[in-house]
Design a protein around this ligand. Structure first.
Ligand code: HEC
Ligand code: HEC
Length: 389
């Protein structure tokens, strides 16, 4: 199962590359330079390297969750992107898949243009170059042993791993290992290397001395048994439709919320206000690739990295709710911008969109998209008090 899927992805990526050749980012625009400036060849800054371009993209798009120095955990569950063992095994293809397709059902959106995200192939390549700059060379991973007892592996997994990594239906605080995209794109040996050597500097300990080779085989066989073929990616970028009506229930009364820290409105309160026909605007702060798959009915895509879209919202006191999946970070960026611009009633949906979906409040997919199935539940029920963004 695993190889055809990986192959399919490689083929898809190759096809996309051909349609939109990976070229270094264009040098900065010089034509608009003031006439008095020195000749363009002298005045123009040297074209930045792909890794520099990647660093700028990282600061704009990724740091809010993965941290300014790639250390992880600026937002819930977002792993380190700089641990030695991660970089030793995260090949360019693995990083590219994670960035382009994301991890469906988690806060990691797909950033590739082919799924509705903002990045062209050369941007993705630049991010990969940035993440791999100064990285230790990839280690040669042994071919994955196909031995292993799935049933026994499940017993070990439930006992040793599920408390952090969750199960197929419930998530924990660490990377969701049952994720369809992770399992499809992890190269052979990637999971074992992490299991045996851990992820230094994080909560992932080395298990090499704690689980013998047989138990490792079993647990990995169990994880592999959860892999599923990934749906074929569309061949071209899906169109993100123009905004529909901006205000929901324009004739309704304004909602009132019992806010936490003057900023966070709970899913229950917002859901009930919507059901009661209250007037509000709901904006989705995630990458539009996620909005296409599933969003709050009536919400408008307003990604955290495209804040000029705020210009299009009426600044007349109408309540604005921003949400994301992290569950506060991207929506927090949007609410900060709204408040900076004088929007009086702009709030963050406290628990995020997955909690909204799990509580049965209305969600839809964009036309032509299949609604994404309910993601794994957050069984920790940990509240996010104290997490601003
Ligand atoms: C809204 C928060 C958020 C943003 C923004 C975000 N990520 Fe992630 N990322 C996550 C989470 C959460 C995961 C782990 C998925 C899970 O929960 O299992 C992840 C996983 C990853 C992984 C896989 C790591 C592994 O160990 O398997 C890579 C690579 C990655 N992100 C890179 C990026 C890059 C590059 C960007 C910017 C283009 C980015 N992420 C933006 C939240 C985010
Ligand atoms: C105490 C919590 C904890 C336990 C228990 C734990 N892990 Fe982890 N694991 C983590 C964290 C946190 C990460 C991500 C670290 C990072 O930021 O890079 C991780 C990462 C991993 C990764 C790499 C995933 C990726 O995409 O990079 C694998 C594979 C893994 N763990 C397997 C296991 C297995 C199998 C077990 C049980 C034998 C286990 N872990 C037990 C916390 C834990």
């Amino acid at each position: 199962m695993r190889f055809p899927v990986v192959f399919l992805f490689a083929a898809l990526l190759a096809a996309c590359g051909a349609a939109d050749p990976e070229a270094p980012p264009p040098p900065p625009e010089t034509s608009a330079a003031p006439v008095s400036a020195a000749p363009a060849s002298v005045a123009a800054p040297p074209p930045s390297s792909p890794a520099d371009h990647g660093a700028a993209l990282y600061a704009k798009l990724c740091a809010l969750c993965h941290g300014t120095d790639r250390e992880g955990y600026a937002a819930d569950n977002a792993p380190s992107l700089k641990s030695s063992t991660f970089l030793e095994t995260a090949t360019e293809a693995f990083l590219r898949d994670a960035i382009v397709f994301g991890r469906p059902g988690t806060a990691m959106a797909g950033y590739g243009r082919q799924v509705g995200g903002p990045l062209r192939p050369n941007d993705v390549a630049a991010l990969v170059a940035f993440l791999r700059r100064d990285a230790p060379p990839p280690v040669a991973l042994p071919p994955e042993s196909m031995a292993g007892n799935v049933a026994n592996g499940k017993v070990i997994y439930d006992r040793e791993c599920a408390s952090c990594h969750g199960t197929q239906t419930q998530r924990g605080t660490a990377v969701h290992l049952a994720n369809i995209q992770l399992l499809a794109s992890a190269p052979p040996g990637f999971l074992r290397y992490a299991l045996v050597h851990g992820r230094p500097g994080t909560k992932m300990e080395p298990w090499g001395g704690k689980l013998d080779a047989r138990a490792q085989d079993d647990v990995l066989a169990y994880l592999r048994s959860l892999a599923m073929p990934v749906p074929t990616a569309p061949s071209g970028p899906p169109p993100v439709p123009p905004w529909g009506p901006i205000v929901i229930n324009p004739k309704g009364k304004a909602p009132t919320f019992d806010l936490r820290e003057g900023r966070y409105a709970s899913v229950d309160q917002v859901g009930k206000a919507l059901q009661a026909g209250r007037k509000m605007i709901i904006v989705d702060a995630r990458a539009p690739s996620d909005w296409l798959k599933m969003h709050i009915t009536g919400s408008l895509p307003l990604p955290y990295y495209q804040l000029d879209l705020v210009d299009r919202l009426p600044n007349d006191g109408t309540t604005v709710i921003a949400y994301c999946a992290c569950p506060h970070h991207a929506s927090g960026v949007v609410v900060d911008e709204l408040r900076k611009r004088g929007f009086k009633n702009a709030y963050v949906l406290d628990e995020g969109v997955y909690a909204w979906q799990q509580k049965g409040f209305p969600v839809v997919a964009a036309e032509g998209f299949e609604k994404f199935p309910s993601p794994p539940h957050d069984h920790h029920g940990h509240d996010h008090h104290g997490h601003k963004h």
